[in-house]
Design a protein. Structure first.
Length: 146
């Protein structure tokens, strides 16, 4: 019989490696699950994203004045401006721009120009714990400036 000198991984090192693999897998699962079970804001008893579909804004620009009319029944908390320039685009949020339902308002800001192509409604929803959360409506709810 030959005397073969075989070396194996120590049981302590094996245990440490298994624990590290378990910790990494648990971390991955927690991060993945937190994205799925994220709490969403609601407005009038439904998710804010669904309320965005009910927003009905009409906007027009003259010089550096933006005229916005909220013809819908959903109050808009803030307005974002989608600005398209030569080869680039930017979003500027106008603060202090709350538009109740059935109201009109004129905004004057240095960011307002003929390059503003769309208005982005931002709604204020409430979370289950009673706090509020601003939600930018998806691109399908953006309003083209006339």
């Amino acid at each position: 019989m030959k005397n073969i000198n075989k070396k194996a991984v120590s049981p302590i090192i094996t245990t440490i490696l298994l624990v590290m693999i378990a910790v990494v897998l648990a971390s991955i699962i927690i991060v993945w699950a937190s994205g799925i079970f994220k709490e969403g804001a609601s407005k009038f008893g439904k998710p804010v994203e669904q309320s965005c579909a009910d927003v009905n804004l009409v906007a027009s620009i003259s010089g550096n004045e933006l005229s916005v009319i909220n013809q819908g029944t959903i109050p808009v908390y803030k307005i974002g401006l989608y600005i398209e320039g030569a080869g680039s685009s930017d979003i500027v949020i106008l603060n202090e721009t709350e538009l109740s339902q059935e109201t009109a308002r004129v905004f004057s800001d240095s960011a307002i120009s003929e390059e503003v192509t769309q208005i982005i409604p931002i709604l204020l929803g409430s979370l289950k714990d009673g706090t509020t959360h601003e939600t930018q409506c998806p691109k399908s709810s953006w309003v083209t400036v006339e």
